[in-house]
Design a protein around this ligand. Structure first.
Ligand code: UDP
Length: 409
């Protein structure tokens, strides 16, 4: 029986609005997991770094779900790449708080390599079992990064190896991520657990496209949607180049890009994309909408004819699952976990590589063939049902119980 779970998310807080900066799918994941576990009667304490002055030591988000801000390094934003210097100070702060907890945590579930490192420090010091979710892996990102994107630091790769070696369990979101962990890091299959994240189906469900467009003030022409952080890894450049080609074939088609810049190369990437759209004389048809509150996204999905996910690397791709839950077909790159999230030919189309003309052709298929679009839309809703937070939490509680029992032996 699991009474208390500690979630560690050092570099980014579940209280942040996802879609720009350090906040994306992982923040949604940690927040949803915490809410769903707390609603099952588990005490959930999330630890994150204090990255702004004036943050409360603890925020009570809902019954049994708390977020603790721990001082480690300066109380301001620090580039993720520079946070390694503060991991041990962060782990010391978390350990001091854990030692006051009654009941003590049964398990620490850490997220991302920096938090995995902190969790291993906690395990060595306090003997608490650790499950770690990486969300992205340095070696895997490096395989398909754009030529001008810098490689991942060696410290990250070395730390990932150490966390994989020492954690009681490594959680993969998809079979593809589990395969990557074994192939690129030699992970022990006996300590791997594969569990997809969920989708909040109370928020993301089908609804009238026309009504969503009315609420958003959009016209009734064909629409492509991109949702996500803006950086080279996400392939937003592929979305824009594919749209340039598509705009010559589908009269009146428009592209909405929802999300903001992220990472050290996010701002220059956004500037480049805006310049490119301007050069192509498409500023009236390509709109950079900025970051939207998570709750507002359901209408953006419903308003679209197709969601484009051209990521160069993607361990899962929550946006693909959310759009499908709203009945929107997805055109995605065949990379990472996306082939597990999108059922090819049934809920969307997968494209090999990042050639914009291949992506434009797949988008054109969905936009120009109403029968195919209808089949994919119905298939998307059905396929999305497999992604559910209550089911994810059932699997995690079982997993935590298993590793806690193993450590007690
Ligand atoms: N998101 C959001 N507002 C935005 C853009 C994105 O709430 O303006 C959310 C989106 O709904 C999804 C998450 O951010 O839940 C992005 O997750 P995904 O797994 O697609 O990408 P990641 O950020 O993990 O690379």
């Amino acid at each position: 029986m699991i009474d208390r779970v500690v979630l560690v998310s050092m570099h980014t807080s579940p209280l942040l609005t996802p879609g720009e900066g350090t906040a994306g799918g992982m923040n949604v994941y940690v927040d949803e997991l915490a809410r769903a576990m707390a609603s099952r009667g588990v005490e959930v304490d999330v630890f994150t770094r204090r990255d702004r002055p004036g943050l409360a030591d603890m925020v009570e988000v809902s019954a049994r779900y708390r977020v603790h801000h721990v001082t480690a390094g300066p109380d301001r934003a620090v580039d993720t790449a520079d946070l390694a210097a503060f991991v041990v100070e962060f782990a010391d702060g978390v350990a001091a708080l854990i030692e006051t907890m009654d009941p003590p945590p049964d398990v620490v579930h850490s997220h991302y390599w920096l938090s995995g490192w902190a969790a291993i420090v906690l395990k060595r010091r306090l003997g608490i079992p650790v499950a770690n979710s990486f969300h992205t892996l340095g070696r895997v990102k490096d395989l398909t990064r754009r030529f001008d994107d810098p490689p991942e630091p060696l410290l990250r790769i070395a730390t990932e190896h150490e966390v994989i070696e020492e954690a009681d369990c490594v959680v993969a979101s998809t079979p593809a991520e589990a395969a990557d962990l074994m192939e690129h890091y030699g992970a022990d299959p006996g300590r791997l657990c594969t569990s997809p994240p969920g989708v909040d189906h109370t928020l993301f469900h089908p609804g009238s496209r026309a009504a969503a467009r009315r609420r958003l003030g959009l016209g009734d022409g064909p629409r492509v949607l991109y949702v996500g952080r803006i950086q080279p890894l996400k392939g937003v450049d592929v979305a824009v180049e594919a749209f340039v080609l598509l705009s010559r074939r589908i009269p009146g088609v428009e592209l909405d890009l929802v999300g903001g810049p992220s990472g050290s190369n996010g701002e220059p990437e956004l500037d480049r994309l805006i310049r490119r759209v301007h050069e192509a004389a498409l500023s009236a048809r390509v709109r950079f909408r900025g970051t939207m509150p998570h709750r507002a996204l359901a209408d953006w999905y419903r308003a679209a004819d197709v969601l484009h996910v051209p990521s160069r690397s993607e361990s899962f791709g929550l946006v693909a699952a959310e759009a499908q839950a709203c009945g929107v077909p997805v055109v995605a790159a065949r990379v990472g976990g996306l082939p597990d999230v999108v059922q090819e030919g049934r809920s969307g189309l997968l494209v090999d590589g990042w050639d914009p003309s291949d992506h434009a052709a797949a988008l054109e298929t969905v936009l120009s063939d109403a029968a195919t679009a209808g089949v994919l839309s119905r298939g998307a809703v059905e396929w999305s049902e497999r992604f559910s937070w209550p089911a994810t939490v059932n699997r995690f509680l079982e997993l935590y119980g298993g590793i806690a029992a193993r450590v007690e032996l």
